[in-house]
Design a protein around this ligand. Structure first.
Ligand SMILES: [Zn+2]
Length: 384
């Protein structure tokens, strides 16, 4: 191997010497009237050297700058991963001004320290709306809805298909009960989201429509039908039955209730429907026939609503203490007890999210953890 290297080197030197010998004659150079005699091979070698050295210097400088950038980025990420958030911010801050992607990691480091509001004053690169969307996301988690909304809107003005911003604005409009805006944002989310979450977003869209149908009464029919056609959750089905009862279509309502029972979601659906006394009366015979497959907790609430106290007594052993108290207070003839019962009904929260937050009535979005469709009826697994 070494022998081959020596051979190649010798061959190159010989070729070089031959080249020098062949171009050793002098040529005349004329530079601003001054005349020089220079060997031709010197001019050729000089031109070659300049041609190589200048680009090399240029790329070397660029590489040096890039390697500093890369070093800062890598150090920043590893500090972040090891829990040294201040150090991570220090390493990443200058690169964040040039590259928006780096600013995202810096925001993560700042958010970990609980200082997300400080990001608004920092001079990050924000040209693509990535920083605005992520800042909005953290502000939303910090429950600063107004500032989060401003950030998301700014992100959308730079990139109308930013999913983080669209989802954030959808959540905020839901919490602010601006249901038409919520529907329109969710329509865009559904259009733009990736295949893996299409089904989930469809479900969210259906529940948003069902919820909106209870608020925007002028669009009730349109929304309730669209919700039911888009996705069948216990909520969209319950609202559909409620709508059928409202219309007086008792036959169709009972058919739908039958499906709800065979689908095993009767407790959730009835817990949603139980608030309306008039509608409950219409389906009471149906409920009585199937009361064996209804959770006592749900059944007792229905009977309280309809003041059917004799029906409650045999069930009292099977229900929770707060519900027992509500039942006793409602049955009493004293006004003070009745008022107490009504207050207790408001405090009674049978719906619970996986994050632990509980609710008096069903809502599609949990305000505490900002997740959709995670709120379930407490204790329905112990169906009597
Ligand atoms: Zn939650």
């Amino acid at each position: 191997m070494n022998f081959i290297k020596v051979l190649v080197a010798v061959a190159l030197i010989v070729l070089f010497l031959v080249f020098v010998a062949q171009h050793a004659y002098y040529v005349q150079l004329n530079f601003f009237g001054m005349v020089y005699q220079v060997p031709l091979f010197v001019i050729i070698l000089f031109s070659f050297s300049v041609g190589f050295i200048l680009p090399t210097l240029y790329f070397l400088m660029r590489d040096l700058r890039q390697s500093t950038f890369r070093k800062n980025l890598m150090n920043g990420i590893s500090h972040l991963a090891r829990g040294y958030f201040q150090k991570a911010e220090g390493e990443l801050l200058s690169a964040s001004k040039k590259r928006e992607e780096v600013a995202l990691i810096t925001i993560k480091a700042i958010a970990e320290r609980g200082e997300i509001h400080r990001v608004q004053e920092l001079k990050f690169n924000r040209e693509r709306g990535l920083v605005d969307a992520l800042l909005g996301y953290y502000l939303l988690k910090a429950k600063d809805y107004q500032k989060a909304k401003e950030s998301f809107l700014s992100a959308l003005s730079k990139d109308p298909s930013n999913l983080i911003a669209l989802k954030g604005l959808r959540d905020i409009s839901f919490l602010e009960k601006d249901m038409s805006a919520c529907i329109s944002y969710q329509e865009n989310v559904l259009k733009l989201c990736e295949k893996w979450e299409k089904d989930l977003q469809k479900k969210v869209f259906a529940e948003v429509l069902a919820y909106a149908s209870e608020i925007l009464l002028e669009n009730r029919e349109e929304f309730v039908k669209k919700a039911f056609d888009t996705y069948k959750t216990f909520y969209t089905q319950a609202i559909w039955i409620k709508y059928l009862l409202e219309k007086g279509d008792l036959k169709e309502a009972k058919k739908q209730l039958d499906k709800v029972f065979s689908g095993g979601i009767q407790n959730e659906a009835l817990a949603i429907l139980h608030q309306d006394e008039e509608k409950l009366t219409k389906i009471m015979d149906f409920i009585r026939e199937r009361q064996e497959s209804i959770n006592p907790e749900v059944l007792v609430r229905i009977y309280i609503k309809l003041s059917l106290f004799t029906q409650i007594k045999p069930l009292l052993d099977k229900v929770s203490e707060p519900l027992k108290l509500i039942a006793f207070s409602s049955e009493s003839h004293r006004d003070i007890d009745k008022t107490c019962g009504e207050l207790l009904q408001k405090l009674y929260k049978p719906w619970v999210c996986s994050c632990g937050e509980s609710y008096n009535s069903y809502v599609p979005l949990c305000e505490r953890c900002l997740t959709w469709g995670n709120i379930m009826l407490r204790g329905v697994e112990d169906v009597a």
